[in-house]
Write a protein that binds this ligand. Structure first.
Ligand code: SAJ
Length: 406
């Protein structure tokens, strides 16, 4: 039996995937409300194919609870935030989960940590907890790190098809966990050691962060000297060895905007490119805010309440707002003691910010200037409604004439 600890964006789909492939699974989360929702038969976030997967898993007997279970394998998918000052990973949730597991687990159980951690975290923080409890690692309890790679927006497909990495202390346990993931994973599964697995995960997200930062920096250079960054990237990408990503209003989500900081925190005197890249990405919401003021000035517009931000989520077609560039921009606006920007996102039904709208048409009636912060399909399908507006398109998706870009 597998006990999946933490039923968030990664733990829930993983638990459902295992259960729907015939593995006996119980999902545990300390959040009563979340567990109650799952037990009423509803998923807790939107993701293509998740509801169908949920139904399948429920039919094959998955259970959800707030209690830790007696199981032979535990999969830990809890958040790993970073400390805003030191930039280092904060492993408190992982440690708490391992401590709770040790209260119930039988001798010889395996703990698989899926949460993203910086290289050495398991060595530095998790092993000592287990040893302090008087358990011998490799005898009483086995440790494995199996970082996930699925992308929000395409999670179910990627869970099935991505290659995976398993880090383990010894081959036998590594192979055992590889077999568990093979129950659903059609990709290649590599077994390595724990520290290598920790590093690969952080490096993958850092690679993307640095590449996005490069695109964002190009956008700034091009803005400074009035060049078309999109045309330039398009042409450069026709070179056989160049593949530049797209600039945008900032980098959000709980991975790419967080994980690279772990390396800066742990290796501050070495990780210079990464540090600068993260600062470049983090500066984008402010850059957009400046663009808004510049364009308002150009258009002799003085009423900021006639400006609307389209999109609140961290990227297109998901309902996840964590570290979203729009939220960062609104925060920055407040720091400048200016407020009044209107906001709308089709994926956010609750009121989460001031001046938030819940219907596209009403939102558009209330503003003259629209800033496309997120390229949801909805706005792509309704571009003609922006015809009479001033538009700042942060994603280069609007083909109307006289559109502004970052
Ligand atoms: N973004 C850009 N320009 C681009 C691509 C993305 O500005 O060209 C922005 C997005 O708008 C978004 C942010 O970057 O705000 C991150 O989005 P994303 O789609 O690049 O990635 P995530 O954070 O949704 O998922 C990433 C993925 N990692 C990699 O692609 C290396 C995913 O595979 C990981 O599983 C996930 O992080 C994770 O959980 O670690």
């Amino acid at each position: 039996m597998i006990n999946v600890i933490g039923l968030g964006y990664i733990g829930l789909p993983t638990a459902l995937m295992l259960a729907s492939h015939g593995v006996k699974v119980i999902g545990t989360d300390y959040n009563n409300e979340l567990v109650a929702t799952l037990n009423t038969g509803k998923t807790t976030f939107k993701e293509e194919g998740l509801d169908e997967l949920f139904q399948k898993a429920v039919n094959t007997g998955i259970k959800f609870t707030t209690e830790y279970q007696v199981a032979d394998t535990y999969i830990v998918s809890v958040p790993t935030p970073y400390d805003k000052f030191s930039k280092k990973v904060d492993p408190c949730y992982v440690i708490a989960a391992v401590k709770d597991i040790m209260k119930v687990c039988p001798k010889g159980a395996t703990v698989v940590i899926e949460s993203t951690v910086s290289p050495g975290t398991i060595e530095k923080y998790v092993r000592p907890e287990i040893e302090a409890a008087g358990l011998v690692i490799g005898v009483d309890l086995n440790l494995v790190h199996a970082p996930e790679r699925i992308i929000p927006g395409n999670m179910v497909f990627e869970l099935l098809h991505n290659n995976r990495t398993i880090g383990a202390d010894n081959k036998i346990i590594g192979e055992k966990i590889r077999e568990l993931y093979s129950s659903f994973c059609q990709g290649e599964i590599i077994v390595t050691d724990i520290k290598t697995a920790e590093m690969t995960k952080v490096v993958e997200n850092t690679f993307r962060a640095v590449n996005i930062a490069f695109a964002n920096e190009l956008a700034k250079i091009c803005r400074h000297d009035n060049m078309d960054v999109y045309e330039i990237i398009k042409i450069c990408n026709m070179h056989p060895r160049v593949n530049i990503l797209q600039p945008g209003p900032g980098v959000g989500g709980h991975c790419i905007s967080v994980d690279p900081w772990f390396l800066v925190g742990d290796y501050p005197s070495i990780a210079k490119v990464i540090d600068e890249s993260m600062k470049t990405n983090d500066g984008m919401p402010d850059f957009v805010l400046n663009r808004i003021y510049e364009i308002m000035k150009e258009k002799d517009m003085i009423d900021v309440t006639r400006v609307g931000l389209y999109g609140l989520t961290y990227k297109e077609n998901v309902d996840d707002m964590r570290e979203s560039p729009t939220l960062q921009l609104l925060e920055s606006q407040e720091r400048h003691l200016a407020t009044g920007l209107k906001v709308y996102d089709p994926f956010i039904k609750d009121d989460v910010v001031n001046n938030q709208y819940h219907d596209l048409n009403t939102f558009l009636e209330a503003v003259d200037f629209v800033v496309i912060m997120v390229k949801h399909d909805e706005i792509k399908e309704n571009m003609d409604k922006l015809k009479a507006k001033i538009v700042l398109d942060c994603h280069n998706i609007c083909k109307l004439p006289d559109v502004y870009h970052i």
